[in-house]
Each structure stands twice: as structure tokens, then as C-alpha cells.
Design a protein around this ligand. Structure first.
Ligand SMILES: [Zn+2]
Length: 370
């Protein structure tokens, strides 16, 4: 298995088109064509993580943060970043980042935080992407409908909520006259045919549309499959930054703070608001979500949990009467690392491979509480 197969799995979880503008998500260095060895998953890539990867016989490091963030003007072995890049290349390492696409993805960073708090009625705090939906209608000769329907379902068409293979099927008469140069599956050249056909219609998201059409054409017995694609006004999944939801039971701010310290494994966190304030509706955003304070207020949150809240953002929270909690940038994001490792393990197992996935043990936070 080449590394690109592992990347394909990761991009199914966090498609690159979900990334926010200007984010250098994706391949950081190395080759996707290289045969995959073991994998290390980490929040950041640095020299210690590189050494760890070598020790674990890994040649792919998957991180959340891209370590080449701004365009480099030159790769100088005498600079810290340059020497790390040169050494990683000499060791045949590939580094791949899932950054804001993983923040926005349905099962991304904030979802992990929301699930950790067991929030009910979860919804996206600030939508950045709404899935476009299409209808595919295809006409299939009687007896071939299962084959075509299954091909569509395997390509992701006809998935609605917790249901797959959702189609509507109607029998009718199709007509056609094979012309010169045709290779008809049914009928003869120059003669109009009337054939019993099934009209299969199903729904598909824009990202699966091309795949569904090509699988459908492959499974269709005719040399020219007749099909239509209609854009729909139905709204697909909404994805974006942060999640808002309800705690299973109300708690005081101080009580919840103690619980979150335990859940996130931090020794301390910053809070703003009355310690006895009753908290029911909570908004969360992994990383630096301070810019979403107003959004959390407008959605009715009693508390907003995120990292990197600045002094003036804490003041803004007090003005807007919302409690704030900052456990740290990395503490709100590292919940995604074991999730990513488990996801890859599952996908690799399904593919019948035996590569090992390690969670980095390196503490990459650039600061600590004294
Ligand atoms: Zn981050």
C-alpha cells in the first residue's frame, strides 16, 4: 500500500475542500508514492516527533497543524525549519496535515470536544460549508436494476441519514433506434426498439456525484446509458467551526471547570464569569475560537470553551454576559489525535493491511503552566 492510500482514507474524513481559505493543509513534505510503513499521529511536527517516527519505523507523520505555515523563501539547512525539512527528507519521511478541513469536518476537532462533554442537540456553531445535493435519474432495462442500484449506493448515492440504498423505482417503456456504428445490447441497427425499463432515481451529494455517475455507467448494460442529473434545492449537511449543544445535566461553571480539567488532562484553565452561574447550553471550538464569542452569544450559549482567548476577548465575554473557559489551544485540539489514530486503524484493518498506527507521546505544546 502506498502512502497515498492512507491519505485517501484521511481525506474521506476531512476533505481538503472544507479547508478555510489560505490554509496550507495537506502534504507538507515527502512522497505520496512511497510504500507505507507505520504511521505516527501528532498535533504538531517537530524534531522530537521525527525521532519518534524513526523509532516506530514509521514513514508517515499525520499532524493537525501544518509546520510549513507561511511560504518558505528558501530551505536553508542552517535555519531551524530548513534543517528539520532536510533531515526529514533524508529519512524518507512524509508529513501530512489535516488542519482547518479537520476543524470543519463533520467528525472533526470540535465534534470530539462536544462528544467528550456528551452534549445533546449538537449543531454547528458557525457554518462555513453547506453540501449541494443532486438527483440522478437513470433508465435501466428490467433485470439489471439491482446491479445499477448497488453501484450507485456503493459510490455514496442514496444515503439519507442512517439509511443507504434509498431510491425510487418506476417501471415504463423506453424506446431507441440503434444507428450505424452502435453496438446495441438489445435490438438491431436501424430498428426502433421498445424495451421495459426501470427509472431509478436517487439523491447524491456534489462530492460523490462524479463517482456515482461513473460507477453507474460501468454497471449499466447499455453502451450509451440514458441518465439525467438535476440540481436540488434541498440543503445537505452543514459543516463549520465549533459546535453548540446542551449538557445532559445543568452544572455550575466551577463544577464544570473541574470536570473539564479532568477530561482534557490539564492542571488548570482560565475561566471568566460567576463561579456559581448555571451552565446548560455550551459552545465549544478547538484551537483558537475567540472570534466566535459573539456567535456563541447569539446562539444562546451560557458558556463558550475554546483556546487562546485574549485579554480583550475575556472583557468582551463579560460585556456580553457569557461565561468563558480557556483550557489551552493544544488541550482543546489533542482530543482529535487518538480519534484520528483509531480511524486510520479501522480503515487499514478493513483494507486487510497490518501497518501500525502510533499516537505521538511528544508533548508539543510550546508553553507549560509552572
Ligand atoms: Zn490549532
Amino acid at each position: 500500500m502506498q502512502i497515498k492510500t492512507l491519505i485517501k482514507y484521511l481525506e474521506e474524513l476531512a476533505p481538503p475542500f472544507l479547508a478555510l481559505e489560505g490554509d496550507p493543509t495537506g502534504l507538507q513534505l515527502g512522497s505520496l508514492k512511497q510504500e507505507a510503513a507505520n504511521v505516527v499521529v501528532a498535533l504538531d511536527f517537530n524534531r522530537e516527533v521525527m525521532d519518534e517516527a524513526i523509532e516506530q519505523k514509521a514513514n508517515l507523520v499525520v499532524t493537525h497543524h501544518p509546520f510549513i505555515f507561511r511560504p518558505l523563501k528558501a530551505v536553508e539547512p542552517d535555519s531551524p525549519t530548513g534543517s528539520l525539512i532536510c533531515d526529514a527528507i533524508k529519512r524518507d519521511l512524509t508529513v501530512y496535515s489535516l488542519h482547518t478541513n479537520l476543524d470543519v469536518a463533520e467528525e472533526g476537532v470540535s465534534r470530539r470536544l462536544a462528544d467528550l462533554l456528551a452534549l445533546n442537540n449538537q449543531k454547528v456553531l458557525k457554518p462555513t460549508f453547506t453540501q449541494s445535493l443532486f438527483k440522478i435519474v437513470v433508465f435501466v432495462p428490467l433485470g439489471y436494476e439491482d446491479r445499477v442500484r448497488n453501484a450507485l449506493a456503493e459510490a455514496g448515492a442514496g444515503w439519507i441519514g442512517d439509511y443507504s440504498h434509498c431510491t425510487f423505482n418506476l417501471e415504463g417503456k423506453g424506446t431507441f433506434k440503434p444507428l450505424e456504428g452502435s453496438n446495441p445490447f438489445i435490438g438491431q441497427q436501424g430498428k426502433i426498439e421498445k424495451v421495459s425499463e426501470i427509472r431509478i432515481e436517487t439523491i447524491v451529494s456534489e462530492e460523490n456525484l462524479n463517482k456515482a455517475i461513473s460507477k453507474m455507467i460501468k454497471a449499466h448494460p447499455y453502451d450509451e446509458a440514458a441518465y439525467d442529473v438535476y440540481p436540488l434545492k434541498n440543503k445537505g449537511k452543514i459543516m463549520g467551526l465549533g459546535i453548540i449543544g446542551d449538557l445532559p445535566t445543568e452544572k455550575s461553571l466551577a463544577e464544570l471547570g473541574e470536570e473539564i480539567k479532568e477530561l482534557l488532562g490539564v492542571d488548570g484553565l482560565k475561566i471568566a464569569g460567576f463561579r456559581e452561574k448555571t451552565i446548560k447550553k455550551v459552545a465549544v471550538c478547538g484551537g483558537s475560537g475567540g472570534r466566535l464569542i459573539e456567535k456563541a452569544v447569539s446562539e444562546g450559549a451560557d458558556l463558550f470553551i475554546t483556546g487562546d482567548i485574549g485579554y480583550h476577548q475575556f472583557q468582551q465575554g463579560a460585556d456580553l454576559n457569557i461565561a468563558l473557559m480557556d483550557p489551552g489551544h493544544d488541550a482543546t485540539e489533542r482530543v482529535v489525535v487518538p480519534f484520528l489514530a483509531d480511524y486510520l486503524r479501522e480503515r487499514i484493518k478493513k483494507g486487510g493491511h497490518t501497518h501500525q498506527i502510533f499516537i505521538s507521546r511528544v508533548e508539543t505544546s510550546p508553553w507549560k503552566l509552572l
